[in-house]
Design a protein around this ligand. Structure first.
Ligand SMILES: *Cc1c(COP(=O)(O)O)cnc(C)c1O
Length: 425
Protein backbone atom coordinates (compact mmCIF):
# COMPACT_ATOMS: atom_id res chain seq x y z
CA UNK A 1 0.00 0.00 0.00
CA UNK A 2 1.10 3.55 -0.75
CA UNK A 3 2.21 4.78 2.73
CA UNK A 4 0.49 8.12 2.22
CA UNK A 5 -2.84 6.27 2.31
CA UNK A 6 -2.26 5.16 5.91
CA UNK A 7 -3.50 7.03 8.96
CA UNK A 8 -0.06 8.46 9.68
CA UNK A 9 0.31 9.40 6.01
CA UNK A 10 -2.83 11.53 6.32
CA UNK A 11 -1.43 13.21 9.44
CA UNK A 12 1.76 13.97 7.55
CA UNK A 13 -0.20 15.65 4.77
CA UNK A 14 -1.90 17.81 7.39
CA UNK A 15 1.46 18.84 8.83
CA UNK A 16 2.46 20.13 5.41
CA UNK A 17 -0.85 21.92 4.75
CA UNK A 18 -0.25 25.70 4.55
CA UNK A 19 -3.91 26.34 5.49
CA UNK A 20 -3.97 24.11 8.57
CA UNK A 21 -4.24 26.98 11.07
CA UNK A 22 -7.73 27.85 9.77
CA UNK A 23 -9.23 24.73 11.34
CA UNK A 24 -8.72 26.41 14.73
CA UNK A 25 -10.81 29.34 13.58
CA UNK A 26 -13.90 27.11 13.65
CA UNK A 27 -15.98 25.46 16.35
CA UNK A 28 -16.11 21.78 15.44
CA UNK A 29 -18.75 19.39 16.78
CA UNK A 30 -17.39 16.76 19.17
CA UNK A 31 -18.52 13.46 20.64
CA UNK A 32 -17.04 12.31 23.97
CA UNK A 33 -14.21 14.81 23.62
CA UNK A 34 -13.22 13.68 20.10
CA UNK A 35 -13.76 15.95 17.11
CA UNK A 36 -16.36 14.56 14.72
CA UNK A 37 -15.83 14.18 10.99
CA UNK A 38 -17.91 17.01 9.57
CA UNK A 39 -18.44 16.68 5.81
CA UNK A 40 -21.61 18.74 5.58
CA UNK A 41 -20.13 22.17 4.94
CA UNK A 42 -22.07 22.06 1.65
CA UNK A 43 -25.27 22.18 3.69
CA UNK A 44 -24.38 24.25 6.74
CA UNK A 45 -20.82 25.51 7.09
CA UNK A 46 -19.28 25.37 10.57
CA UNK A 47 -19.27 28.33 12.92
CA UNK A 48 -16.24 30.65 12.78
CA UNK A 49 -15.20 31.46 16.36
CA UNK A 50 -14.96 35.15 15.61
CA UNK A 51 -18.66 35.49 14.78
CA UNK A 52 -19.67 35.63 18.45
CA UNK A 53 -17.41 38.64 19.00
CA UNK A 54 -18.69 40.34 15.87
CA UNK A 55 -22.29 39.90 17.02
CA UNK A 56 -21.43 41.16 20.49
CA UNK A 57 -19.98 44.32 18.95
CA UNK A 58 -23.31 45.02 17.24
CA UNK A 59 -25.25 44.34 20.44
CA UNK A 60 -22.94 46.61 22.43
CA UNK A 61 -23.25 49.45 19.99
CA UNK A 62 -27.02 49.09 19.91
CA UNK A 63 -26.93 49.29 23.71
CA UNK A 64 -24.62 52.33 23.91
CA UNK A 65 -25.54 54.33 20.83
CA UNK A 66 -29.06 53.26 19.90
CA UNK A 67 -30.05 54.72 16.57
CA UNK A 68 -26.73 56.60 16.24
CA UNK A 69 -25.08 53.25 15.58
CA UNK A 70 -26.19 53.73 11.98
CA UNK A 71 -23.62 56.52 11.64
CA UNK A 72 -21.08 56.07 14.46
CA UNK A 73 -18.39 53.49 14.91
CA UNK A 74 -16.39 51.32 12.55
CA UNK A 75 -17.97 50.20 10.37
CA UNK A 76 -21.07 52.43 10.64
CA UNK A 77 -24.15 50.26 10.09
CA UNK A 78 -25.10 52.59 7.28
CA UNK A 79 -22.01 51.44 5.38
CA UNK A 80 -22.05 47.77 6.29
CA UNK A 81 -24.14 46.48 3.34
CA UNK A 82 -21.73 47.99 0.84
CA UNK A 83 -18.65 46.84 2.74
CA UNK A 84 -19.95 43.27 2.87
CA UNK A 85 -21.08 43.35 -0.76
CA UNK A 86 -17.66 44.57 -1.88
CA UNK A 87 -15.87 41.78 0.01
CA UNK A 88 -18.34 39.28 -1.43
CA UNK A 89 -17.71 40.57 -4.96
CA UNK A 90 -14.08 39.47 -4.61
CA UNK A 91 -15.16 35.88 -3.94
CA UNK A 92 -17.47 35.61 -6.95
CA UNK A 93 -15.34 37.55 -9.45
CA UNK A 94 -17.66 40.53 -9.74
CA UNK A 95 -17.24 44.30 -9.64
CA UNK A 96 -18.23 45.79 -6.27
CA UNK A 97 -21.30 47.53 -7.68
CA UNK A 98 -22.56 44.27 -9.21
CA UNK A 99 -23.16 42.53 -5.86
CA UNK A 100 -25.68 43.00 -3.09
CA UNK A 101 -26.06 40.89 0.04
CA UNK A 102 -29.73 40.82 1.03
CA UNK A 103 -32.74 38.60 1.79
CA UNK A 104 -32.32 34.87 1.17
CA UNK A 105 -31.71 32.84 -1.94
CA UNK A 106 -35.27 32.04 -2.97
CA UNK A 107 -36.44 35.60 -2.27
CA UNK A 108 -33.64 36.91 -4.44
CA UNK A 109 -34.53 34.49 -7.24
CA UNK A 110 -38.03 35.95 -7.16
CA UNK A 111 -36.68 39.49 -7.30
CA UNK A 112 -34.43 38.59 -10.22
CA UNK A 113 -37.25 36.91 -12.10
CA UNK A 114 -39.44 39.98 -11.53
CA UNK A 115 -36.78 41.92 -13.44
CA UNK A 116 -35.45 39.41 -15.96
CA UNK A 117 -38.48 37.33 -16.86
CA UNK A 118 -40.40 39.50 -19.31
CA UNK A 119 -42.56 37.10 -21.33
CA UNK A 120 -44.14 38.03 -24.65
CA UNK A 121 -46.66 36.06 -26.71
CA UNK A 122 -43.87 34.32 -28.64
CA UNK A 123 -41.13 34.20 -26.02
CA UNK A 124 -42.45 32.97 -22.71
CA UNK A 125 -40.56 29.79 -21.75
CA UNK A 126 -38.11 29.27 -18.90
CA UNK A 127 -35.42 26.58 -19.17
CA UNK A 128 -34.38 24.74 -16.01
CA UNK A 129 -32.78 21.36 -15.34
CA UNK A 130 -34.74 18.27 -14.40
CA UNK A 131 -33.34 17.98 -10.88
CA UNK A 132 -33.33 21.67 -10.10
CA UNK A 133 -33.53 22.32 -6.38
CA UNK A 134 -37.25 22.18 -5.45
CA UNK A 135 -37.32 25.82 -4.40
CA UNK A 136 -36.01 26.91 -7.82
CA UNK A 137 -38.56 24.79 -9.63
CA UNK A 138 -41.35 26.16 -7.43
CA UNK A 139 -40.19 29.77 -7.85
CA UNK A 140 -40.10 29.38 -11.64
CA UNK A 141 -43.54 27.75 -11.75
CA UNK A 142 -45.00 30.52 -9.62
CA UNK A 143 -43.61 33.24 -11.91
CA UNK A 144 -45.12 31.51 -14.91
CA UNK A 145 -48.47 31.42 -13.14
CA UNK A 146 -48.24 35.07 -12.06
CA UNK A 147 -47.70 36.06 -15.70
CA UNK A 148 -50.59 33.87 -16.94
CA UNK A 149 -48.33 31.17 -18.44
CA UNK A 150 -48.82 27.48 -17.90
CA UNK A 151 -45.96 25.69 -16.13
CA UNK A 152 -46.64 22.54 -18.22
CA UNK A 153 -46.22 24.36 -21.53
CA UNK A 154 -43.73 27.02 -20.58
CA UNK A 155 -41.08 25.09 -18.68
CA UNK A 156 -38.35 23.58 -20.81
CA UNK A 157 -36.68 20.88 -18.75
CA UNK A 158 -33.20 19.69 -19.62
CA UNK A 159 -32.33 16.19 -18.39
CA UNK A 160 -29.24 14.01 -18.43
CA UNK A 161 -28.93 11.83 -21.55
CA UNK A 162 -30.16 8.24 -21.04
CA UNK A 163 -27.92 6.27 -18.67
CA UNK A 164 -25.97 9.33 -17.51
CA UNK A 165 -25.94 11.00 -14.11
CA UNK A 166 -24.77 14.43 -15.23
CA UNK A 167 -25.71 16.84 -18.01
CA UNK A 168 -23.08 17.82 -20.57
CA UNK A 169 -22.69 21.42 -21.70
CA UNK A 170 -23.30 20.28 -25.31
CA UNK A 171 -26.63 18.85 -24.28
CA UNK A 172 -27.70 22.04 -22.47
CA UNK A 173 -26.62 24.13 -25.46
CA UNK A 174 -28.50 21.90 -27.94
CA UNK A 175 -31.63 22.26 -25.84
CA UNK A 176 -31.25 26.03 -25.68
CA UNK A 177 -30.81 26.21 -29.46
CA UNK A 178 -33.83 24.01 -30.07
CA UNK A 179 -36.03 26.40 -28.07
CA UNK A 180 -34.19 29.59 -28.89
CA UNK A 181 -37.21 31.43 -30.30
CA UNK A 182 -39.49 30.74 -27.38
CA UNK A 183 -37.12 31.04 -24.39
CA UNK A 184 -37.54 34.13 -22.22
CA UNK A 185 -35.18 33.02 -19.44
CA UNK A 186 -32.63 30.32 -18.54
CA UNK A 187 -31.99 29.39 -14.90
CA UNK A 188 -29.31 26.79 -14.15
CA UNK A 189 -27.22 25.71 -11.17
CA UNK A 190 -23.52 26.54 -10.97
CA UNK A 191 -22.94 23.29 -9.06
CA UNK A 192 -25.70 20.69 -9.15
CA UNK A 193 -26.67 19.90 -5.55
CA UNK A 194 -27.26 16.15 -6.04
CA UNK A 195 -24.33 15.12 -8.22
CA UNK A 196 -21.89 17.90 -7.34
CA UNK A 197 -21.32 18.53 -11.07
CA UNK A 198 -20.02 21.98 -11.97
CA UNK A 199 -21.83 23.38 -15.01
CA UNK A 200 -19.80 25.05 -17.72
CA UNK A 201 -21.13 28.49 -16.92
CA UNK A 202 -19.00 30.55 -19.31
CA UNK A 203 -19.76 28.35 -22.30
CA UNK A 204 -23.49 28.10 -21.68
CA UNK A 205 -23.73 31.82 -20.92
CA UNK A 206 -21.94 32.72 -24.17
CA UNK A 207 -24.63 30.88 -26.16
CA UNK A 208 -27.48 32.51 -24.21
CA UNK A 209 -25.92 35.95 -24.76
CA UNK A 210 -25.45 35.28 -28.48
CA UNK A 211 -29.16 34.38 -28.71
CA UNK A 212 -30.16 37.29 -26.49
CA UNK A 213 -31.86 35.11 -23.88
CA UNK A 214 -31.48 36.33 -20.27
CA UNK A 215 -29.57 33.81 -18.17
CA UNK A 216 -29.14 33.47 -14.41
CA UNK A 217 -27.44 30.92 -12.16
CA UNK A 218 -28.23 29.52 -8.74
CA UNK A 219 -24.83 29.43 -7.05
CA UNK A 220 -25.91 27.95 -3.70
CA UNK A 221 -23.29 25.20 -4.00
CA UNK A 222 -20.75 27.23 -5.95
CA UNK A 223 -20.14 30.39 -3.90
CA UNK A 224 -17.17 29.92 -1.59
CA UNK A 225 -16.49 26.54 -3.23
CA UNK A 226 -15.21 27.02 -6.77
CA UNK A 227 -13.53 29.98 -8.53
CA UNK A 228 -16.11 32.19 -10.20
CA UNK A 229 -15.72 35.05 -12.69
CA UNK A 230 -19.28 36.26 -12.85
CA UNK A 231 -18.51 39.59 -14.47
CA UNK A 232 -16.33 38.16 -17.22
CA UNK A 233 -18.61 35.21 -17.82
CA UNK A 234 -21.23 37.83 -18.60
CA UNK A 235 -24.32 36.19 -17.09
CA UNK A 236 -27.26 38.50 -16.39
CA UNK A 237 -27.74 37.58 -12.74
CA UNK A 238 -26.88 35.01 -10.06
CA UNK A 239 -28.10 34.23 -6.53
CA UNK A 240 -26.49 32.26 -3.72
CA UNK A 241 -26.74 31.62 -0.01
CA UNK A 242 -24.01 32.19 2.58
CA UNK A 243 -24.79 29.40 5.05
CA UNK A 244 -23.22 26.60 2.95
CA UNK A 245 -19.58 27.12 1.90
CA UNK A 246 -19.56 30.66 3.29
CA UNK A 247 -20.07 29.64 6.92
CA UNK A 248 -22.34 32.55 7.89
CA UNK A 249 -24.89 30.66 9.96
CA UNK A 250 -28.25 28.91 9.54
CA UNK A 251 -30.58 30.87 7.26
CA UNK A 252 -27.95 33.59 6.73
CA UNK A 253 -28.52 36.32 4.13
CA UNK A 254 -28.07 35.58 0.44
CA UNK A 255 -25.87 37.18 -2.20
CA UNK A 256 -27.03 38.46 -5.53
CA UNK A 257 -25.09 39.44 -8.66
CA UNK A 258 -26.55 41.71 -11.29
CA UNK A 259 -24.28 42.35 -14.25
CA UNK A 260 -23.07 45.93 -14.58
CA UNK A 261 -25.01 46.48 -17.80
CA UNK A 262 -28.23 45.97 -15.82
CA UNK A 263 -27.10 47.14 -12.36
CA UNK A 264 -26.45 50.62 -13.76
CA UNK A 265 -29.69 50.74 -15.76
CA UNK A 266 -32.17 52.72 -13.70
CA UNK A 267 -34.96 52.02 -16.17
CA UNK A 268 -35.10 48.27 -15.57
CA UNK A 269 -38.38 47.13 -14.03
CA UNK A 270 -38.08 45.72 -10.51
CA UNK A 271 -39.90 45.27 -7.25
CA UNK A 272 -38.95 48.40 -5.37
CA UNK A 273 -38.45 49.45 -1.75
CA UNK A 274 -36.94 52.47 -0.03
CA UNK A 275 -33.52 50.90 0.60
CA UNK A 276 -33.01 50.45 -3.13
CA UNK A 277 -33.50 54.19 -3.55
CA UNK A 278 -30.40 56.16 -4.40
CA UNK A 279 -28.58 56.89 -1.14
CA UNK A 280 -28.07 60.66 -1.41
CA UNK A 281 -31.81 61.39 -1.65
CA UNK A 282 -33.25 58.39 0.21
CA UNK A 283 -33.95 60.36 3.35
CA UNK A 284 -35.81 63.11 1.57
CA UNK A 285 -38.64 60.60 1.95
CA UNK A 286 -40.29 61.32 -1.36
CA UNK A 287 -42.67 58.82 -2.93
CA UNK A 288 -40.97 58.47 -6.31
CA UNK A 289 -38.35 55.74 -6.69
CA UNK A 290 -34.90 56.53 -8.05
CA UNK A 291 -32.87 53.30 -7.88
CA UNK A 292 -29.22 53.22 -6.83
CA UNK A 293 -26.96 52.87 -9.88
CA UNK A 294 -25.72 49.48 -8.68
CA UNK A 295 -26.97 46.11 -7.49
CA UNK A 296 -27.89 47.86 -4.22
CA UNK A 297 -30.83 49.27 -6.22
CA UNK A 298 -32.66 45.94 -5.73
CA UNK A 299 -32.68 46.18 -1.94
CA UNK A 300 -36.06 46.59 -0.35
CA UNK A 301 -35.64 47.13 3.37
CA UNK A 302 -33.39 48.55 6.00
CA UNK A 303 -30.69 45.82 6.14
CA UNK A 304 -30.54 43.46 9.15
CA UNK A 305 -27.21 44.33 10.80
CA UNK A 306 -27.28 41.31 13.13
CA UNK A 307 -27.47 39.13 10.02
CA UNK A 308 -24.75 41.00 8.13
CA UNK A 309 -22.24 40.82 10.99
CA UNK A 310 -21.56 37.04 10.67
CA UNK A 311 -21.00 37.39 6.92
CA UNK A 312 -18.58 40.22 7.55
CA UNK A 313 -16.65 37.94 9.95
CA UNK A 314 -16.74 34.91 7.62
CA UNK A 315 -15.52 36.85 4.62
CA UNK A 316 -12.45 37.96 6.60
CA UNK A 317 -11.41 34.31 6.80
CA UNK A 318 -11.53 33.93 3.03
CA UNK A 319 -9.42 37.02 2.76
CA UNK A 320 -6.87 35.78 5.32
CA UNK A 321 -6.67 32.43 3.53
CA UNK A 322 -5.81 34.39 0.37
CA UNK A 323 -9.03 33.65 -1.43
CA UNK A 324 -10.60 30.88 -3.40
CA UNK A 325 -7.52 30.07 -5.48
CA UNK A 326 -5.53 29.09 -2.42
CA UNK A 327 -8.46 27.07 -1.01
CA UNK A 328 -8.81 25.46 -4.39
CA UNK A 329 -5.23 24.34 -4.48
CA UNK A 330 -5.70 22.53 -1.15
CA UNK A 331 -8.99 21.15 -2.47
CA UNK A 332 -7.21 19.61 -5.47
CA UNK A 333 -4.88 17.71 -3.18
CA UNK A 334 -7.79 16.65 -0.96
CA UNK A 335 -9.93 15.52 -3.89
CA UNK A 336 -7.15 13.40 -5.39
CA UNK A 337 -6.43 11.86 -2.01
CA UNK A 338 -10.12 11.19 -1.31
CA UNK A 339 -10.70 9.44 -4.63
CA UNK A 340 -7.54 7.37 -4.35
CA UNK A 341 -8.38 6.24 -0.84
CA UNK A 342 -11.97 5.35 -1.81
CA UNK A 343 -10.74 3.32 -4.76
CA UNK A 344 -8.13 1.55 -2.71
CA UNK A 345 -10.30 0.78 0.34
CA UNK A 346 -13.70 0.27 -1.23
CA UNK A 347 -13.16 -0.51 -4.92
CA UNK A 348 -16.44 -0.97 -6.75
CA UNK A 349 -18.58 -0.88 -3.62
CA UNK A 350 -18.75 2.88 -4.06
CA UNK A 351 -19.63 4.69 -7.26
CA UNK A 352 -18.74 8.37 -7.42
CA UNK A 353 -21.37 10.31 -9.39
CA UNK A 354 -19.41 13.54 -9.34
CA UNK A 355 -17.30 14.00 -12.49
CA UNK A 356 -13.59 13.38 -11.98
CA UNK A 357 -12.18 16.50 -13.53
CA UNK A 358 -10.98 19.61 -11.73
CA UNK A 359 -13.21 21.91 -13.78
CA UNK A 360 -16.36 19.82 -13.35
CA UNK A 361 -16.07 19.14 -9.64
CA UNK A 362 -16.13 21.10 -6.38
CA UNK A 363 -15.71 20.05 -2.74
CA UNK A 364 -18.60 17.61 -2.73
CA UNK A 365 -18.41 13.98 -3.80
CA UNK A 366 -21.77 12.28 -4.32
CA UNK A 367 -21.44 8.59 -3.48
CA UNK A 368 -23.69 5.71 -4.39
CA UNK A 369 -22.86 2.79 -2.15
CA UNK A 370 -23.53 -0.77 -3.17
CA UNK A 371 -23.15 -3.65 -0.86
CA UNK A 372 -25.27 -6.73 -0.45
CA UNK A 373 -27.92 -6.29 2.17
CA UNK A 374 -27.11 -2.63 2.82
CA UNK A 375 -29.23 0.15 1.49
CA UNK A 376 -27.49 3.49 0.96
CA UNK A 377 -29.73 5.01 3.57
CA UNK A 378 -28.72 2.43 6.20
CA UNK A 379 -25.06 3.09 5.48
CA UNK A 380 -25.65 6.80 5.87
CA UNK A 381 -27.37 6.21 9.23
CA UNK A 382 -24.53 4.00 10.43
CA UNK A 383 -22.04 6.72 9.54
CA UNK A 384 -24.05 9.24 11.57
CA UNK A 385 -23.95 6.87 14.53
CA UNK A 386 -20.12 6.89 14.36
CA UNK A 387 -20.06 10.73 14.51
CA UNK A 388 -19.34 11.03 10.81
CA UNK A 389 -21.60 13.74 9.43
CA UNK A 390 -22.65 13.48 5.78
CA UNK A 391 -26.04 13.93 4.25
CA UNK A 392 -28.45 11.76 2.44
CA UNK A 393 -30.34 12.85 -0.67
CA UNK A 394 -33.12 10.79 -2.13
CA UNK A 395 -33.15 8.57 -4.06
CA UNK A 396 -29.67 7.18 -3.49
CA UNK A 397 -26.82 9.48 -2.65
CA UNK A 398 -24.54 10.12 0.31
CA UNK A 399 -22.99 13.54 -0.10
CA UNK A 400 -19.59 14.09 1.51
CA UNK A 401 -17.92 17.47 1.28
CA UNK A 402 -14.44 17.98 2.73
CA UNK A 403 -13.99 21.74 2.90
CA UNK A 404 -10.43 23.12 2.60
CA UNK A 405 -10.91 25.88 5.19
CA UNK A 406 -11.49 23.51 8.10
CA UNK A 407 -11.32 19.87 7.03
CA UNK A 408 -8.13 17.85 7.13
CA UNK A 409 -6.62 14.90 5.30
CA UNK A 410 -7.07 12.96 8.50
CA UNK A 411 -10.83 13.68 8.31
CA UNK A 412 -10.84 12.09 4.87
CA UNK A 413 -8.94 9.09 6.15
CA UNK A 414 -11.37 8.69 9.08
CA UNK A 415 -14.35 9.05 6.75
CA UNK A 416 -13.18 6.29 4.38
CA UNK A 417 -12.20 4.05 7.28
CA UNK A 418 -15.65 4.51 8.88
CA UNK A 419 -17.41 3.94 5.59
CA UNK A 420 -15.55 0.65 5.11
CA UNK A 421 -16.55 -0.44 8.62
CA UNK A 422 -20.18 0.58 8.07
CA UNK A 423 -20.36 -1.33 4.78
CA UNK A 424 -19.01 -4.45 6.44
CA UNK A 425 -21.33 -4.18 9.46
C1 LIG B 1 -29.56 25.34 -0.50
C2 LIG B 1 -30.21 25.70 -1.79
C3 LIG B 1 -31.28 26.60 -1.86
C4 LIG B 1 -31.87 27.15 -0.59
O1 LIG B 1 -32.66 28.26 -0.76
P1 LIG B 1 -33.01 29.19 0.49
O2 LIG B 1 -33.93 30.18 -0.10
O3 LIG B 1 -31.74 29.75 1.03
O4 LIG B 1 -33.68 28.34 1.53
C5 LIG B 1 -31.78 26.93 -3.11
N1 LIG B 1 -31.27 26.40 -4.24
C6 LIG B 1 -30.25 25.51 -4.21
C7 LIG B 1 -29.70 24.93 -5.47
C8 LIG B 1 -29.71 25.11 -2.98
O5 LIG B 1 -28.73 24.20 -2.94
Amino acid sequence: MNPILSHSGAQELDQKDPLRRFRDEFLMPQTDGITDVYFVGNSLGLQPRRIAEQLQTVLDRWHRSGVHGHFDGEPAWMNLPEIVSTAMAGIVGALPHEVVVMNTLTVNLHLMMATFYQPTAGRHKILIEEHAFPSDHQAVASHLQMRSQSPEQSMVIVKPAAGEATISAEHVIDTIRRHQDSLALILLPGVQYYTGQVFDMPRITAVARELNIPIGFDLAHAAGNIPLQLHDWDMDFACWCTYKYMNSGPGALGGCFIHERHATNQDLPRLAGWWGHERSTRFQMRPEFVPSVSAQGWQLSNPPILALAPIYASLQLFDEAEGIQSLRSKWRRMDGYFRELLAQQLGDRVRILTPNSPIECGCQLSLEVHHEGNSGRQTYERLSNCSVHTDWREPNVIRAAPVPLYNSFEDIWRFVDSLATCLDA
